[in-house]
Design a protein around this ligand. Structure first.
Ligand code: C5P
Length: 224
């Protein structure tokens, strides 16, 4: 049906930052708001898909009609994603922390000689790369995001190949663009055939347009 082009399809979306605990009261994090990922989850659900949103800590309400699973760390995010498989479509919009630390069981105290503590960073799993790996459970369409501040197309094209995903949504997050944490986004959509530069749009409009593109990919015969 035209209104619900994704009915019968299942989708997994990651969104938001992750929080990586340092001790019982501190964590490492980043400034992702979750806005674009939540907009995509909402648009997928409006198009009829059954959507699981795996979200790091955000201030946004659960999107209507979406199963939202709240997690804190990258490792918890990966576990929740793997529990949401199999699915047809996976969209990794989360700003996953690249590292975690082995957290201290007690609050880290200042020492008498004020030697600062040293945090040993341990790499986090790459959720997008993991979901993209060939496997019987691999979603038919895996989409990643590449936030860049220069050479956006070149860096994002390389990232698509490195991660093994099907499409990459690239954007310029230089502070002057106002995109990170803002309402609008301007993206380049990269697939195996090339790239398309979209106009600057509200993040909800970017989501609807991406969902239309997904529907056209999944059933090209019905594409108008
Ligand atoms: O390598 P980079 O973080 O720039 O890649 C961004 C893309 O990879 C995004 O789609 C992001 O959600 C995903 N990613 C991930 N797990 C990580 C790091 C990034 O899923 N640990």
């Amino acid at each position: 049906d035209e209104d619900k082009p994704l009915s019968g399809y299942t989708a997994l979306v990651t969104a938001g930052p992750t929080h990586e605990p340092v001790d019982p009261v501190r964590y490492l994090a980043n400034r992702s708001s979750g806005t674009q990922g939540y907009a995509i989850a909402t648009a997928l659900a409006q198009a009829g898909a059954t959507v699981t949103l795996v979200s790091g800590p955000t201030t946004l309400p659960d999107p209507p009609g979406v199963t939202t699973i709240r997690v804190e760390t990258a490792r918890d995010m990966l576990d929740a994603c793997q529990q949401a498989l199999p699915c047809d479509i996976a969209i990794c919009a989360a700003a996953v922390a690249d590292w975690h630390v082995a957290p201290s069981a007690q609050k880290i105290k200042k020492t008498a000689d004020s030697t600062p503590p040293v945090l040993h960073l341990v790499p986090n799993p790459d959720i997008l790369a993991t979901l993209s790996q060939p496997s019987p459970n691999r979603p038919r369409l895996v989409i990643g995001f590449a936030a860049e501040t220069e050479h956006v197309l070149a860096h994002a094209t390389a990232k698509r190949l490195r991660k093994g995903c099907d499409w990459m949504v690239a954007n310029d997050v230089s502070p002057a663009t106002g995109i990170m944490g803002g309402r609008e986004n301007e993206i380049i959509l990269i697939d195996n055939a090339g790239s398309a530069h979209w106009p600057r749009l509200d993040k909800l409009q970017v989501a609807h347009r991406l969902v239309a593109r997904i529907a056209a990919f999944l059933h090209p015969a019905q594409a108008k």
